[in-house]
Design a protein. Structure first.
Length: 134
């Protein structure tokens, strides 16, 4: 009797072991399929990346050509005063500084032009003279 139980137990263990082996084999084959899928996806992604890099390079070159050189007074109608990095020439005066402050001198009043002192009578005389000369 015990040998029958022992044989049934061995048979049960063999079936269980066979099922585990089959399950493990299925899992391994499934993993291989997944690995192959991943490798295929990586290869296609590499192709897409290369195409995108090529497109980016072409577009960058197009942008560079469209921007062209910066405009300045030599290649456009921009005046020379608007040129970037232009050298500003400082005028060097040959006069030596006198040390005096600029402006009018103290004690001297403002000057008035001669035409401002004409009276109304003088301007009328000038007008009549101009009318006669024509």
């Amino acid at each position: 009797m015990e040998s029958d139980k022992f044989l049934k137990l061995i048979e049960l263990l063999e079936r269980e072991s066979a099922a585990r082996v089959a399950s493990e084999a299925a899992r391994i084959s499934e993993n291989l399929v997944f690995q192959q899928t991943i490798l295929d996806m990586q290869a296609s992604n590499q192709q897409i990346i290369q195409q995108l890099n090529t497109t980016i390079g072409i577009l960058m070159e197009e942008i560079r050509l469209l921007k062209g050189p910066k405009k300045n007074s030599h290649n456009s109608s921009i005046p020379p005063s608007k040129d970037e990095n232009r050298s500003v020439k400082k005028t060097n005066s040959l006069r030596k500084p006198s040390g005096k402050k600029p402006g009018g001198r103290e004690g001297h009043g403002p000057s008035v032009s001669r035409g401002a002192n004409l009276s109304k009578k003088d301007t009328e005389t000038q007008r009549s003279y101009l009318d006669l000369s024509i």
